[in-house]
Write a protein that binds this ligand. Structure first.
Ligand code: FAD
Length: 591
């Protein structure tokens, strides 16, 4: 019996004939209707397992760049969800023709960490680069809604794309963050155990980590207590992965974008790709809300929408099933309870949990993050945090750190991952589209992997341009270094005095929780990637990130934005779009 017959039999039994599978152009297509989203995901996973060998071959053959081989494709889950409305993509309200007729060499779709690292790598060449992002700013989706961990690569299958790019990306982080002036702390991940009898077993696992190429060591109770006095007392052993680090994901994404712009790339926000025209297996035009663009090469870095972008190009050979993850942020006061590690968790996490990092994570800004969880969802852009998620993760991780409690919470956030059914990245040239490159399905550890993915994608883009007869030379003016915005709170007394002498605005502290000066806020509004929203300033220099969540500094930030941009107060938004904060003077028009 062929695997397809077997699969169809299983699907028929499980879903009462409402779902079936067929092969088309090397992909395994699932069709039908279901009213339960979890069933739709389950049917995709059933298809994957039944076709496992083929799927492995699919991933490996892509790696060998046999992308012209039309026999191989992934799981394309086209089952219609009838259990509720699936919200369409949130689109910018802006409509103009600012980009009409533009002919960039490379068009990058998506301003997350994937798109921005790719744009920066492309800027090493003397080519015309345009990055479009549908949101009002960079790093608005998964790239600002994650744990910021630079993973060591411990729970990844050797041979997978995730493994390949995680290891390479992790190694690039030190230099990258130094060049871009972004804080990065290689502070290590601790996986803790309460059973002392596991010690010999943990030493044995060191051979495995060595084989994986991941540095690791085992520490006992005394050292664990010395390094992390805040952990629960019954934790007596830990596996330490010292190559783990923490970074601020939105700072890094914006820094990559800024450095790309410094080096000649163009970034246009509020620009959504709405459709494409193709001819003879090539994209000929890309339609946006700001006009039609005619790129020579297109890079798909559209995160949770990357399968839809692939579909527009006639190259949909994978599908994304969105997976939510919520995190809780604790007050910095609590950080002393877990001072040094970037992450600590109990060593019992199930392999099926689909969340590789997390636990109790100390961020690069010295907050504690607790989470994330992993829940399948039909909603690609629902970023609300559910009470149940927050309570469950807080409860779960009290096992690591007894002092966790709800009173320390200052806020929470939710991100949506973009896994394929193969649970691997899709990083390759298009299969049926000759001028397309995918950086798709970039779920965790996508932040870690992005710098390495970007190097390959930029190389392939240049190859495609050259194959089309273009001459591509290096960008002789490329400068990898980006100057950071000075942070007064991190300076010594002497440095502060000198800074305030140069610019007295640095002596006016507006955000008292995070000690952010007026000078920093003004500087954040004058960067190569312009920002004009309260949250945009918050992401760049942190006013409003502390305990009061902007209660005190928010109005002052709004006032500075209005003054800098020369716009009325009412036009300043929280995050772009319709997010106005003020609606006019109170008692206006009354006597
Ligand atoms: C809760 C959570 C925790 C995580 N923790 C970690 C971690 O600790 N370490 C780690 O390495 N990874 C982590 N990840 C994974 C990591 O966040 C992602 O892999 C990474 O951010 C993906 O980046 P991206 O640029 O591919 O996607 P995104 O950041 O989602 O960017 C894609 C962009 O494309 C834009 N876009 C989409 N469609 C269009 C269109 N039609 N036109 C124009 N623009 C469009 C979107 O608006 C979006 O901004 C985590 C993820 C989550 C959700």
């Amino acid at each position: 019996m062929s695997y397809l017959t077997r699969l169809n039999k299983q699907l028929r039994n499980e879903f009462k004939g409402r779902v079936w599978a067929r092969e088309s152009d090397g992909c395994l297509l699932l069709e039908g209707t279901l009213d339960n989203w979890d069933d739709i995901v389950r049917s995709g996973n059933m298809a994957l397992h039944t076709r496992k060998k083929d799927t492995r071959r699919f991933i490996h053959d892509l790696q060998k760049e046999t992308s012209t081989d039309t026999r191989l494709g992934g799981i394309v889950n086209n089952i219609q969800y009838t259990g509720g409305d699936r919200e369409p993509m949130v689109l910018p309200s802006l409509q103009d023709d600012a980009l009409e007729g533009q002919r960039p060499d490379v068009l990058v779709i998506g301003g997350g960490i994937s798109g921005c690292t790719i744009a920066r790598e492309l800027a090493r060449y003397d080519i015309d680069i345009l990055l479009v992002e549908k949101e009002h700013d960079l790093a608005m989706q998964a790239s600002s809604r994650n744990d910021g961990m630079v993973h060591p690569g411990v729970d990844l299958r050797k041979g997978s794309w995730k493994y390949h790019y995680n290891l390479k990306g992790n190694a690039l982080y030190g230099k990258l963050c130094e060049e871009l002036g972004v804080d990065f702390d290689r502070s290590g991940q601790y996986v803790c155990f309460s059973n002392p009898l596991l010690k010999p077993f943990l030493y044995l696992t060191l051979l495995y980590w060595k084989w994986l190429g991941v540095p690791a060591r085992v520490i006992g109770k005394k050292e664990l207590r010395r390094l992390e006095p805040g952990l629960k007392k019954d934790l007596v052993l830990a596996l330490v992965f010292p190559s783990t680090g923490v970074v601020c994901p939105y700072n890094l994404t914006i820094a990559c974008g800024e450095n790309a712009v410094q080096n000649g790339a163009r970034i246009r926000v509020e620009t959504a790709v709405l459709g494409m025209d193709s001819n003879g297996g090539r994209i000929t035009a890309v339609r946006t809300n700001r006009g039609t663009i005619y790129p020579k090469v297109v890079v798909n870095a559209a995160g949770v929408f990357s399968d839809e972008i692939a579909g527009m190009a006639g190259d949909r050979f994978f599908s994304i099933h969105p997976r939510r993850g919520s995190n809780t942020i604790l007050d910095k006061k609590f950080t002393q309870a877990l001072a040094r590690t970037s992450s600590a968790k109990i060593g019992t996490a199930s392999k099926k949990a689909h969340t590789k990092g997390g636990g109790v994570v100390r961020t690069v800004h010295w907050n504690i993050l607790v989470g994330p969880d992993a829940l399948e969802t039909p909603e690609r852009e629902n970023f609300s945090a559910e009470r149940g998620s927050i309570e469950a993760t807080m409860k779960k991780f009290t096992a690591t750190c007894a002092r966790l409690n709800m009173a320390q919470i200052i806020t929470y956030f939710t991100g949506v991952r973009s896994p394929t059914f193969e649970e691997d990245f899709v990083v390759c040239k298009g299969r049926r589209c000759a001028n397309l490159i995918h950086a798709a399905g970039i779920q965790s550890p996508g932040l870690t992997a992005a710098p390495a993915i970007a190097i390959d994608v930029a190389k392939w883009a240049v190859e495609l341009l050259e194959a089309a007869g273009e001459t591509v030379s290096p960008n002789a003016r490329f400068n990898p270094v980006r100057k950071r915005i000075p942070h007064i709170a991190a300076m010594s007394d002497e440095e502060r005095a000198a800074m305030i002498k140069r610019n007295p605005d640095y002596g006016i502290i507006l955000c008292r929780c995070e000690e952010v000066s007026k000078g920093e806020i003004i500087d954040s509004l004058r960067r190569p990637v312009p920002c004009d929203t309260v949250d945009g300033v918050k992401r760049r220099v942190r006013p409003g990130m502390g305990r009061c969540q902007g209660g005190f500094c928010g109005p002052l930030v709004l006032q500075i934005i209005a003054e800098e941009k020369k716009i009325p107060f009412e036009m300043v938004t929280k995050n772009g779009g319709q997010g106005n904060i003020l609606y006019g003077p109170t008692k206006a028009g009354t006597l």
